[in-house]
Design a protein. Sequence first.
Length: 409
Amino acid sequence: MQAGMVIIGAGECGGRAALALRDLGYAGPVTLVGDEPHLPYERPPLSKDAMTSDAPEIKAIASDALLAERSIRHIHSVQAVAIDRTAHAVRLSDGSVLAYDKLLLATGSTPRKLPMPGLGSRCVYLRTFSDALAIRAHLSPENRIAIIGGGFIGLELAAAARKLGAAVTVIEAQPRILMRGVPAEIAEIVHRAHEAEGVTVFTGKSIADIADDGVEVRITLADGQQIVADLAVIGIGAVPVTGLAAEAGLSIDNGIAVDATLRTDDPDIFAAGDCCSFPLAIYDGRRVRLEAWRNAQEQGALAAKNMLGAGEAHDAVPWFWSDQYGLSLQIAGLSDEGKSTVRRDLGDGAFILFHLAEDGRLVAASGIGPGNAVARDIRLAEMLIAKRAKPAPEALGSQDVKLKSLLAA
Ligand SMILES: Cc1cc2nc3c(=O)[nH]c(=O)nc-3n(C[C@H](O)[C@H](O)[C@H](O)COP(=O)(O)OP(=O)(O)OC[C@H]3O[C@@H](n4cnc5c(N)ncnc54)[C@H](O)[C@@H]3O)c2cc1C
Protein backbone atom coordinates (compact mmCIF):
# COMPACT_ATOMS: atom_id res chain seq x y z
CA MET A 1 0.00 0.00 0.00
CA GLN A 2 1.18 3.53 -0.80
CA ALA A 3 2.46 5.26 2.37
CA GLY A 4 1.92 8.77 0.98
CA MET A 5 2.83 12.18 2.30
CA VAL A 6 3.19 12.89 6.00
CA ILE A 7 3.41 16.42 7.38
CA ILE A 8 4.54 17.03 10.95
CA GLY A 9 3.22 20.31 12.36
CA ALA A 10 -0.33 21.42 11.59
CA GLY A 11 0.35 25.16 11.59
CA GLU A 12 0.43 27.76 8.84
CA CYS A 13 3.02 25.96 6.76
CA GLY A 14 1.87 22.38 7.35
CA GLY A 15 -1.77 23.27 6.74
CA ARG A 16 -0.96 25.07 3.49
CA ALA A 17 1.29 22.23 2.33
CA ALA A 18 -1.46 19.65 2.85
CA LEU A 19 -3.94 21.70 0.81
CA ALA A 20 -1.32 22.40 -1.87
CA LEU A 21 -0.64 18.68 -2.34
CA ARG A 22 -4.29 18.26 -3.31
CA ASP A 23 -4.31 21.44 -5.43
CA LEU A 24 -1.40 19.93 -7.33
CA GLY A 25 -3.41 16.81 -8.05
CA TYR A 26 -1.72 14.40 -5.66
CA ALA A 27 -4.18 11.57 -5.05
CA GLY A 28 -2.32 9.41 -2.49
CA PRO A 29 -2.70 9.56 1.30
CA VAL A 30 -1.95 12.92 2.99
CA THR A 31 -1.59 12.93 6.78
CA LEU A 32 -1.16 16.08 8.85
CA VAL A 33 0.04 15.55 12.42
CA GLY A 34 -0.21 18.35 14.98
CA ASP A 35 0.31 18.45 18.73
CA GLU A 36 -2.21 21.25 19.28
CA PRO A 37 -5.87 20.33 19.77
CA HIS A 38 -7.07 22.71 17.03
CA LEU A 39 -7.49 22.82 13.28
CA PRO A 40 -4.51 24.47 11.53
CA TYR A 41 -4.88 28.19 12.27
CA GLU A 42 -3.40 31.65 11.69
CA ARG A 43 -1.19 32.98 14.48
CA PRO A 44 -0.97 36.71 13.55
CA PRO A 45 -4.47 37.51 14.93
CA LEU A 46 -3.42 36.15 18.34
CA SER A 47 -1.61 39.39 19.19
CA LYS A 48 -4.04 41.58 17.22
CA ASP A 49 -7.81 41.17 16.57
CA ALA A 50 -8.26 37.93 18.51
CA MET A 51 -6.66 39.52 21.56
CA THR A 52 -9.05 42.47 21.64
CA SER A 53 -12.17 40.51 20.82
CA ASP A 54 -14.68 39.72 23.59
CA ALA A 55 -14.66 36.08 22.62
CA PRO A 56 -11.43 35.21 20.78
CA GLU A 57 -11.91 32.64 18.05
CA ILE A 58 -9.52 30.59 16.00
CA LYS A 59 -9.03 31.74 12.43
CA ALA A 60 -8.73 28.32 10.84
CA ILE A 61 -6.73 27.74 7.68
CA ALA A 62 -8.92 24.76 6.83
CA SER A 63 -12.19 23.62 8.34
CA ASP A 64 -12.92 20.01 9.26
CA ALA A 65 -15.25 19.89 6.25
CA LEU A 66 -12.53 21.09 3.87
CA LEU A 67 -10.00 18.62 5.24
CA ALA A 68 -12.54 15.82 4.83
CA GLU A 69 -13.49 16.93 1.32
CA ARG A 70 -9.79 16.95 0.35
CA SER A 71 -9.19 13.58 2.04
CA ILE A 72 -6.57 15.05 4.33
CA ARG A 73 -6.25 13.06 7.52
CA HIS A 74 -5.64 15.43 10.43
CA ILE A 75 -4.28 13.80 13.56
CA HIS A 76 -4.42 16.40 16.35
CA SER A 77 -3.20 16.54 19.98
CA VAL A 78 -0.47 14.04 19.13
CA GLN A 79 3.24 14.67 18.88
CA ALA A 80 5.66 13.09 16.44
CA VAL A 81 8.41 11.75 18.69
CA ALA A 82 10.88 9.97 16.40
CA ILE A 83 11.70 9.50 12.74
CA ASP A 84 13.06 6.17 11.54
CA ARG A 85 14.67 7.23 8.26
CA THR A 86 15.61 3.71 7.22
CA ALA A 87 12.08 2.38 7.69
CA HIS A 88 10.54 5.63 6.35
CA ALA A 89 8.30 5.87 9.41
CA VAL A 90 7.39 8.36 12.13
CA ARG A 91 6.53 7.30 15.67
CA LEU A 92 3.81 9.31 17.41
CA SER A 93 3.27 10.02 21.10
CA ASP A 94 0.15 7.80 21.14
CA GLY A 95 2.35 4.83 20.21
CA SER A 96 1.21 4.61 16.60
CA VAL A 97 3.59 4.55 13.65
CA LEU A 98 3.02 6.32 10.34
CA ALA A 99 4.85 5.23 7.20
CA TYR A 100 5.79 7.91 4.66
CA ASP A 101 7.03 8.18 1.10
CA LYS A 102 7.96 11.84 1.64
CA LEU A 103 7.97 13.66 4.94
CA LEU A 104 7.60 17.40 5.58
CA LEU A 105 8.77 18.89 8.86
CA ALA A 106 6.76 22.06 9.52
CA THR A 107 7.32 22.18 13.27
CA GLY A 108 7.52 25.98 13.52
CA SER A 109 9.20 27.85 16.32
CA THR A 110 8.61 28.23 20.02
CA PRO A 111 9.11 31.21 22.34
CA ARG A 112 12.67 31.68 23.59
CA LYS A 113 12.56 31.04 27.33
CA LEU A 114 13.80 33.68 29.75
CA PRO A 115 16.69 31.99 31.55
CA MET A 116 15.92 33.31 35.04
CA PRO A 117 14.77 31.74 38.27
CA GLY A 118 11.61 33.04 39.91
CA LEU A 119 9.19 32.61 37.02
CA GLY A 120 5.81 31.18 38.03
CA SER A 121 2.26 30.92 36.77
CA ARG A 122 1.99 34.70 36.21
CA CYS A 123 4.92 34.70 33.77
CA VAL A 124 3.71 33.50 30.39
CA TYR A 125 4.57 33.32 26.67
CA LEU A 126 2.42 33.87 23.57
CA ARG A 127 2.53 31.37 20.73
CA THR A 128 -0.67 29.37 20.64
CA PHE A 129 -4.40 30.02 20.77
CA SER A 130 -4.44 28.53 24.27
CA ASP A 131 -1.72 31.01 25.32
CA ALA A 132 -3.78 33.83 23.82
CA LEU A 133 -6.90 32.82 25.77
CA ALA A 134 -4.96 32.70 29.03
CA ILE A 135 -3.47 36.16 28.43
CA ARG A 136 -6.78 37.62 27.24
CA ALA A 137 -8.34 36.82 30.62
CA HIS A 138 -5.97 39.35 32.25
CA LEU A 139 -6.45 42.24 29.83
CA SER A 140 -8.80 44.58 31.63
CA PRO A 141 -8.61 48.03 33.23
CA GLU A 142 -7.97 46.53 36.68
CA ASN A 143 -4.84 44.74 35.55
CA ARG A 144 -1.18 45.67 35.15
CA ILE A 145 0.68 43.89 32.38
CA ALA A 146 4.46 43.80 32.09
CA ILE A 147 5.84 42.87 28.71
CA ILE A 148 9.40 41.63 28.72
CA GLY A 149 10.89 42.29 25.29
CA GLY A 150 10.18 45.08 22.83
CA GLY A 151 9.82 42.92 19.72
CA PHE A 152 6.82 42.65 17.40
CA ILE A 153 4.72 40.22 19.40
CA GLY A 154 5.28 42.05 22.70
CA LEU A 155 4.49 45.42 21.16
CA GLU A 156 1.37 44.21 19.37
CA LEU A 157 0.23 42.70 22.62
CA ALA A 158 0.96 46.00 24.41
CA ALA A 159 -1.29 47.78 21.90
CA ALA A 160 -4.06 45.21 22.41
CA ALA A 161 -3.75 45.43 26.21
CA ARG A 162 -4.03 49.23 26.09
CA LYS A 163 -7.11 48.97 23.89
CA LEU A 164 -8.69 46.87 26.64
CA GLY A 165 -7.65 49.38 29.31
CA ALA A 166 -4.84 47.51 31.08
CA ALA A 167 -1.83 49.39 32.43
CA VAL A 168 1.16 48.32 30.35
CA THR A 169 4.92 48.47 30.87
CA VAL A 170 7.36 47.25 28.22
CA ILE A 171 10.88 46.35 29.32
CA GLU A 172 13.53 46.07 26.61
CA ALA A 173 17.16 45.24 27.39
CA GLN A 174 18.49 46.62 24.09
CA PRO A 175 19.04 50.37 23.62
CA ARG A 176 15.83 50.59 21.59
CA ILE A 177 12.77 48.55 20.71
CA LEU A 178 12.61 46.49 17.48
CA MET A 179 16.40 46.16 17.30
CA ARG A 180 16.22 43.18 14.98
CA GLY A 181 15.60 44.09 11.35
CA VAL A 182 13.79 47.41 11.87
CA PRO A 183 15.53 50.74 11.12
CA ALA A 184 15.90 53.07 14.13
CA GLU A 185 13.83 55.79 12.41
CA ILE A 186 10.82 53.47 12.22
CA ALA A 187 11.33 51.98 15.69
CA GLU A 188 11.29 55.53 17.07
CA ILE A 189 7.84 56.17 15.59
CA VAL A 190 6.51 52.93 17.07
CA HIS A 191 8.06 53.82 20.45
CA ARG A 192 6.40 57.24 20.42
CA ALA A 193 3.04 55.73 19.42
CA HIS A 194 3.16 53.42 22.44
CA GLU A 195 4.03 56.25 24.80
CA ALA A 196 1.26 58.39 23.33
CA GLU A 197 -1.17 55.54 24.09
CA GLY A 198 -0.01 55.44 27.71
CA VAL A 199 2.47 52.55 27.64
CA THR A 200 5.56 52.95 29.83
CA VAL A 201 8.49 51.85 27.68
CA PHE A 202 11.85 51.13 29.28
CA THR A 203 14.78 50.58 26.93
CA GLY A 204 18.34 49.60 27.80
CA LYS A 205 17.11 48.07 31.07
CA SER A 206 18.10 44.59 32.06
CA ILE A 207 16.23 42.58 34.64
CA ALA A 208 18.04 41.63 37.84
CA ASP A 209 15.31 39.60 39.48
CA ILE A 210 11.79 38.27 39.03
CA ALA A 211 9.60 37.12 41.91
CA ASP A 212 6.27 35.53 40.94
CA ASP A 213 4.04 34.37 43.81
CA GLY A 214 1.23 33.23 41.54
CA VAL A 215 -0.77 36.41 42.18
CA GLU A 216 1.70 39.14 41.30
CA VAL A 217 5.01 39.42 39.52
CA ARG A 218 7.67 41.72 40.98
CA ILE A 219 10.33 42.61 38.42
CA THR A 220 13.48 44.28 39.70
CA LEU A 221 15.58 46.05 37.09
CA ALA A 222 19.38 46.17 37.30
CA ASP A 223 19.14 49.85 38.35
CA GLY A 224 16.95 48.87 41.32
CA GLN A 225 13.65 50.10 39.90
CA GLN A 226 10.69 47.78 40.52
CA ILE A 227 7.71 46.99 38.32
CA VAL A 228 4.80 45.10 39.82
CA ALA A 229 2.36 43.42 37.45
CA ASP A 230 -0.56 41.02 37.55
CA LEU A 231 0.85 39.26 34.51
CA ALA A 232 4.24 39.28 32.79
CA VAL A 233 4.32 38.25 29.15
CA ILE A 234 7.75 37.28 27.92
CA GLY A 235 8.41 38.05 24.25
CA ILE A 236 12.13 37.75 23.70
CA GLY A 237 12.12 35.98 20.36
CA ALA A 238 11.57 32.46 19.16
CA VAL A 239 13.71 29.42 18.53
CA PRO A 240 13.12 26.87 15.78
CA VAL A 241 11.67 23.49 16.78
CA THR A 242 14.43 21.15 15.59
CA GLY A 243 14.59 18.32 18.17
CA LEU A 244 12.87 15.70 16.02
CA ALA A 245 15.12 16.48 13.02
CA ALA A 246 18.29 16.59 15.10
CA GLU A 247 17.56 13.23 16.72
CA ALA A 248 17.03 11.77 13.26
CA GLY A 249 20.53 12.95 12.34
CA LEU A 250 19.48 15.73 9.96
CA SER A 251 21.73 18.82 9.71
CA ILE A 252 20.79 21.76 11.90
CA ASP A 253 22.08 25.27 11.23
CA ASN A 254 19.94 27.88 13.00
CA GLY A 255 16.96 25.68 12.08
CA ILE A 256 16.61 22.48 10.12
CA ALA A 257 19.08 23.04 7.27
CA VAL A 258 17.52 22.69 3.83
CA ASP A 259 18.68 23.47 0.29
CA ALA A 260 16.96 25.94 -2.01
CA THR A 261 14.31 23.31 -2.81
CA LEU A 262 13.58 22.94 0.94
CA ARG A 263 15.04 19.43 1.01
CA THR A 264 17.04 18.32 4.05
CA ASP A 265 20.09 16.14 3.65
CA ASP A 266 17.70 13.19 3.44
CA PRO A 267 16.18 13.23 -0.09
CA ASP A 268 12.79 12.11 1.26
CA ILE A 269 12.52 14.68 4.05
CA PHE A 270 11.70 18.35 3.53
CA ALA A 271 11.42 21.19 6.04
CA ALA A 272 9.67 24.53 5.65
CA GLY A 273 8.41 27.58 7.53
CA ASP A 274 9.74 28.92 10.84
CA CYS A 275 11.63 25.70 11.63
CA CYS A 276 14.06 25.74 8.70
CA SER A 277 17.03 27.73 7.50
CA PHE A 278 17.53 28.00 3.75
CA PRO A 279 19.74 29.75 1.21
CA LEU A 280 18.08 32.91 -0.06
CA ALA A 281 18.80 33.36 -3.77
CA ILE A 282 18.32 37.14 -3.89
CA TYR A 283 21.14 37.57 -1.35
CA ASP A 284 23.56 35.25 -3.14
CA GLY A 285 22.58 32.23 -1.12
CA ARG A 286 22.84 33.79 2.35
CA ARG A 287 21.39 31.26 4.78
CA VAL A 288 18.43 32.69 6.67
CA ARG A 289 15.56 31.56 8.85
CA LEU A 290 12.39 33.60 8.67
CA GLU A 291 9.61 33.83 11.21
CA ALA A 292 6.99 35.27 8.94
CA TRP A 293 3.47 34.36 7.96
CA ARG A 294 3.84 34.76 4.21
CA ASN A 295 7.10 32.80 4.15
CA ALA A 296 5.37 29.91 5.95
CA GLN A 297 2.61 29.94 3.31
CA GLU A 298 4.98 30.19 0.35
CA GLN A 299 7.30 27.53 1.64
CA GLY A 300 4.41 25.20 2.50
CA ALA A 301 3.19 25.43 -1.10
CA LEU A 302 6.70 25.01 -2.52
CA ALA A 303 7.51 22.07 -0.26
CA ALA A 304 4.36 20.33 -1.53
CA LYS A 305 5.49 20.89 -5.13
CA ASN A 306 8.96 19.58 -4.42
CA MET A 307 7.69 16.55 -2.48
CA LEU A 308 6.04 15.70 -5.80
CA GLY A 309 9.38 16.05 -7.58
CA ALA A 310 9.31 19.58 -9.05
CA GLY A 311 12.79 20.46 -7.73
CA GLU A 312 11.92 24.18 -7.77
CA ALA A 313 14.08 26.65 -5.85
CA HIS A 314 12.63 29.09 -3.33
CA ASP A 315 13.28 32.58 -4.67
CA ALA A 316 10.87 34.86 -2.85
CA VAL A 317 11.56 38.25 -1.29
CA PRO A 318 10.94 38.08 2.48
CA TRP A 319 7.99 40.17 3.59
CA PHE A 320 6.74 40.97 7.05
CA TRP A 321 4.08 43.21 8.51
CA SER A 322 2.98 44.33 11.94
CA ASP A 323 -0.05 46.37 13.04
CA GLN A 324 -0.01 48.45 16.19
CA TYR A 325 -2.74 50.98 16.99
CA GLY A 326 -3.58 52.56 13.62
CA LEU A 327 -0.05 52.09 12.33
CA SER A 328 1.04 49.46 9.89
CA LEU A 329 4.68 48.59 9.41
CA GLN A 330 5.85 46.56 6.42
CA ILE A 331 9.28 45.32 5.49
CA ALA A 332 10.25 43.72 2.19
CA GLY A 333 13.70 42.14 1.99
CA LEU A 334 16.31 42.12 4.74
CA SER A 335 17.31 45.65 5.69
CA ASP A 336 20.69 44.58 7.10
CA GLU A 337 21.78 43.85 3.51
CA GLY A 338 21.75 47.61 2.86
CA LYS A 339 24.66 50.02 3.24
CA SER A 340 22.73 53.26 2.70
CA THR A 341 19.11 54.39 2.83
CA VAL A 342 16.92 56.75 0.84
CA ARG A 343 13.68 58.07 2.30
CA ARG A 344 10.47 58.61 0.36
CA ASP A 345 7.67 60.50 2.10
CA LEU A 346 4.17 59.41 1.16
CA GLY A 347 2.13 62.01 3.07
CA ASP A 348 0.11 61.64 6.31
CA GLY A 349 3.34 60.80 8.14
CA ALA A 350 3.83 57.64 6.07
CA PHE A 351 7.25 56.97 4.58
CA ILE A 352 9.44 54.26 3.15
CA LEU A 353 13.15 53.75 3.67
CA PHE A 354 14.81 52.09 0.69
CA HIS A 355 17.92 50.12 1.60
CA LEU A 356 20.63 50.05 -1.04
CA ALA A 357 23.67 47.77 -1.25
CA GLU A 358 27.12 49.18 -1.96
CA ASP A 359 26.67 48.64 -5.70
CA GLY A 360 23.37 50.55 -5.68
CA ARG A 361 21.11 47.48 -5.81
CA LEU A 362 17.83 47.84 -3.94
CA VAL A 363 17.92 45.10 -1.29
CA ALA A 364 15.10 46.02 1.11
CA ALA A 365 12.37 48.54 1.86
CA SER A 366 10.91 49.37 5.27
CA GLY A 367 7.75 51.43 5.53
CA ILE A 368 5.42 52.74 8.20
CA GLY A 369 2.24 54.73 8.09
CA PRO A 370 -1.44 54.80 8.99
CA GLY A 371 -3.62 51.96 7.74
CA ASN A 372 -2.62 50.73 4.31
CA ALA A 373 -0.57 53.81 3.40
CA VAL A 374 2.65 51.98 2.58
CA ALA A 375 1.24 48.72 1.20
CA ARG A 376 1.22 49.54 -2.53
CA ASP A 377 4.71 51.04 -2.62
CA ILE A 378 6.17 48.23 -0.52
CA ARG A 379 4.65 45.78 -3.02
CA LEU A 380 6.34 47.66 -5.88
CA ALA A 381 9.61 47.81 -3.93
CA GLU A 382 9.39 44.07 -3.47
CA MET A 383 9.15 43.64 -7.23
CA LEU A 384 12.17 45.90 -7.73
CA ILE A 385 14.11 43.86 -5.14
CA ALA A 386 13.15 40.64 -6.92
CA LYS A 387 14.36 42.14 -10.21
CA ARG A 388 17.68 43.04 -8.55
CA ALA A 389 17.08 46.58 -9.79
CA LYS A 390 19.48 49.47 -9.21
CA PRO A 391 17.14 52.47 -9.29
CA ALA A 392 18.65 55.95 -9.04
CA PRO A 393 18.50 57.09 -5.39
CA GLU A 394 17.07 60.48 -6.44
CA ALA A 395 14.20 58.70 -8.21
CA LEU A 396 13.48 56.50 -5.18
CA GLY A 397 13.42 59.55 -2.92
CA SER A 398 11.16 61.67 -5.09
CA GLN A 399 7.39 61.52 -4.70
CA ASP A 400 7.16 62.81 -8.26
CA VAL A 401 8.65 59.62 -9.68
CA LYS A 402 6.25 56.69 -9.67
CA LEU A 403 7.83 53.46 -8.42
CA LYS A 404 5.93 51.68 -11.18
CA SER A 405 7.93 53.61 -13.76
CA LEU A 406 11.17 52.38 -12.15
CA LEU A 407 9.90 48.86 -12.47
CA ALA A 408 9.24 49.34 -16.16
CA ALA A 409 12.76 50.75 -16.59
C1 LIG B 1 1.33 35.98 18.25
C2 LIG B 1 1.96 35.91 16.90
C3 LIG B 1 1.78 36.98 16.00
C4 LIG B 1 2.38 36.94 14.75
N1 LIG B 1 2.19 38.01 13.91
C5 LIG B 1 2.80 38.00 12.69
C6 LIG B 1 2.63 39.11 11.81
O1 LIG B 1 1.98 40.09 12.13
N2 LIG B 1 3.24 39.05 10.61
C7 LIG B 1 3.98 37.97 10.20
O2 LIG B 1 4.51 37.96 9.08
N3 LIG B 1 4.14 36.88 11.02
C8 LIG B 1 3.57 36.90 12.25
N4 LIG B 1 3.73 35.82 13.09
C9 LIG B 1 4.57 34.69 12.65
C10 LIG B 1 3.79 33.63 11.89
O3 LIG B 1 2.60 33.33 12.54
C11 LIG B 1 4.69 32.40 11.79
O4 LIG B 1 5.79 32.75 10.98
C12 LIG B 1 3.95 31.21 11.19
O5 LIG B 1 2.92 30.78 12.05
C13 LIG B 1 4.93 30.06 10.98
O6 LIG B 1 4.24 28.95 10.50
P1 LIG B 1 4.81 27.48 10.73
O7 LIG B 1 3.79 26.56 10.18
O8 LIG B 1 6.19 27.41 10.25
O9 LIG B 1 4.88 27.30 12.31
P2 LIG B 1 3.67 27.27 13.34
O10 LIG B 1 2.55 28.11 12.88
O11 LIG B 1 4.28 27.55 14.67
O12 LIG B 1 3.18 25.76 13.32
C14 LIG B 1 3.97 24.71 13.76
C15 LIG B 1 3.07 23.67 14.43
O13 LIG B 1 3.81 22.47 14.60
C16 LIG B 1 3.50 21.91 15.87
N5 LIG B 1 4.56 20.96 16.22
C17 LIG B 1 5.85 21.23 16.53
N6 LIG B 1 6.52 20.07 16.77
C18 LIG B 1 5.63 19.07 16.59
C19 LIG B 1 5.74 17.64 16.71
N7 LIG B 1 6.88 17.03 17.02
N8 LIG B 1 4.63 16.90 16.47
C20 LIG B 1 3.46 17.51 16.13
N9 LIG B 1 3.31 18.85 16.02
C21 LIG B 1 4.39 19.61 16.24
C22 LIG B 1 3.42 23.16 16.73
O14 LIG B 1 2.79 22.94 17.97
C23 LIG B 1 2.62 24.09 15.82
O15 LIG B 1 1.25 23.85 15.96
C24 LIG B 1 3.16 35.83 14.36
C25 LIG B 1 3.36 34.76 15.26
C26 LIG B 1 2.76 34.80 16.51
C27 LIG B 1 2.99 33.67 17.48
